[in-house]
Design a protein around this ligand. Structure first.
Ligand code: AMP
Length: 534
């Protein structure tokens, strides 16, 4: 790959690119004065017809970097497109991103003969079929719907000489590799391929090797992988207090538009409902967007958000991909993303094109591991905002974990670890304990203090699919111990009673002792007999 062969020195304005007059007019109309770094690097190679691999994050101006030269190339010697034969194809992983690119191309091809259209899932087929038949120059599509139309002969790529893959990393993450390869096979031999990706991971490298011929390689220069106009903040808050803290923030922070990220569709809906209830007597409008909502509804929700009618939008990662809404002042990670890279995508919704933005992450003890990954990726230490009533010290949990080995088994009797805990724990830390935890200690002074362990299913986060994922190992261990239990009929022969409820287990103290702590992790002695029985 040719590394950075494009001109690296900043060019003065868009005039240098020799764009068609109509494009220049649109640039002026939309307030585009100076090309962003990725535009400076990518526009000329794309315009020249070379294959290109561009590494640029959302918010960098990458859409213009590939769209403007693509529109421009088609203007000289313009011929009306043949029915069902687009001249350029842009593939995007999500509907929202495809719509956004479509909107950009529509805006910047005004005054030119170029016709473009978006085909994405969730819309009816008939109007799409009609328009494709009418002929389009630039087709923007999501993979699934594109394949559908190709199969029914509505899209034929024999004359499509420009193939652009946007957000290739996401495309691969979402499992669209086969669709991409299938589309590529039907392109003419001498087509140009342009790939953009936020990251250059192994999968993207492999795909780029497969798809690109002698590509130019351009990468947006950056100190950190997120815009430095974004301030990152962390708020330590227990899961149960997250909604209250968010309500407080919405009441106090000077907010323009705010995008709140939840991990699941259900979670997003629930949070939006809770917030709506909290603000029902105010004009603050709140909405949720995720993949279970119909395309029409999603478009409407986005429009309301874009226009500022909705101030708070709760979203899942997939739904928020490519949301290009100006003036988002805050991104709140109500729950941290599982993949650190998604943090970059999430916070990239704010601080766009030089504007200032704030990214606040709510960090429950279970998020600590994810936070470390994010900090490592960003090479920053996120500043903790302690100025709220729900704040707790993460060190409380770290200290506990240091003192108490995480292994749970026979070597760790409840009594021993209980003593150790009580001795080493200072008064201050005790005083800081929330009432609920105090009650938990009262239950049994000899029981070990329940230090937080995200892998421990007894911490009541069973509805969290992420923790389910993280707990994979623990689950296996649980299975192992279960296997070691005596078969039911053997127990029956021994006259053991079936233990039905936790209460039963507490009554049978002997049995508890020999399990050595948490049932899920403690190996049982052969036969499951109690010490007393020996
Ligand atoms: P993108 O990374 O393509 O999603 O673009 C991010 C935002 O920056 C969009 O709102 C663009 O309209 C805007 N933008 C892109 N290039 C420029 C530019 N050269 N000058 C001003 N705004 C721009």
């Amino acid at each position: 790959m040719t590394q950075d062969t494009a001109p690296q020195a900043p060019l003065q304005g868009f005039g240098t690119f020799d764009f068609d007059k109509a494009i220049i007019k649109s640039l002026q109309k939309n307030g585009f004065e100076t090309p962003t770094p990725i535009q400076q690097l990518a526009i000329l190679p794309v315009m020249s017809g070379a294959d290109l691999m561009g590494i640029a994050q959302t918010g960098s101006g990458k859409t213009a970097a590939f769209s403007l030269p693509t529109i421009n190339k088609l203007i000289p010697d313009y011929l009306k497109p043949e029915s069902n034969y687009p001249k350029a194809l842009i593939m995007a992983p999500t509907r929202e991103l495809a719509m956004q690119i479509g909107k950009f191309i529509d805006q910047f091809s005004r005054g030119t003969p170029i016709r473009s259209m978006v085909i994405a899932g969730g819309q009816s087929y008939q109007p799409q079929i009609k328009r494709l038949k009418h002929g389009v120059d630039i087709l923007i599509s999501t993979p699934g719907r594109l394949i559908d139309h190709m199969q029914s002969g509505n899209v034929k790529l024999d004359y499509c000489h420009t193939f652009i893959l946007d957000e290739a990393d996401r495309m691969l993450d979402m499992g669209f590799i086969d669709e991409v390869k299938r589309v590529r096979k039907t392109l003419p031999e001498d087509h140009q391929t342009v790939m953009f990706s936020a990251t250059m991971n192994d999968k993207v490298k492999r795909l780029s090797k497969e798809l690109l011929k002698n590509p130019e390689y351009v990468e947006q220069e950056r100190k950190t992988i997120v815009a430095d106009t974004i301030t990152h903040k962390l708020m330590n808050v227990r899961r149960k207090n997250k909604t209250d803290l968010l309500i407080k923030l919405l009441k106090t922070e000077p907010i323009d538009k705010i995008l709140v990220f939840a991990r699941t569709k259900l979670g997003a809906d629930k949070l939006a409902t809770d917030l709506k209830r909290a603000f029902e007597d105010t004009p603050l409008r709140i909405d949720a967007i995720h993949g279970d909502k119909k395309q029409r509804t999603r478009e409407k929700i986005l429009l309301n958000f874009r226009k500022g009618r909705t101030k708070v939008l709760v979203a899942t990662d997939v739904a928020a991909r490519g949301i290009d809404v100006d003036g988002i002042s805050h991104v709140i990670n109500y729950e941290l993303p599982i993949e650190a890279e998604n943090y970059v995508h999430r916070v990239g919704r704010t601080g766009r094109a030089g504007e200032l933005g704030t990214a606040i992450s709510f960090c429950d003890p279970s998020d600590m591991r994810l936070l470390k990954e994010i900090e490592a990726l960003l090479k920053i230490k996120v500043e903790i905002d302690e100025d709220h009533k729900y704040h707790f010290e993460q060190s409380e949990f770290i200290e506990d974990r240091k003192r108490k080995p995480r292994r749970r088994g026979k070597s760790q009797s409840p009594r021993k670890s209980g003593e150790k805990f009580d001795k080493s724990r200072g008064r201050k830390a005790k005083a800081e304990q929330k009432p609920k935890e105090k009650t938990a200690r009262k239950e049994s002074p000899r029981k070990p203090q329940r230090t937080y362990d995200p892998l421990d299913s007894n911490f009541g986060f069973d509805d969290d699919p992420v923790l389910e994922k993280l707990r994979g190992k623990a689950k296996k261990r649980k299975k192992k111990t279960e296997n070691r239990e005596a078969p039911k009929d053997v127990k029956k022969q021994r006259g053991e009673k079936k233990r039905k409820t936790p209460k039963d287990r507490v009554t049978a103290r002997g049995r508890i002792k020999q399990t050595g702590g948490h049932k899920a992790f403690s190996p049982k002695k052969k036969g499951g007999t109690s010490k007393r029985g020996k």
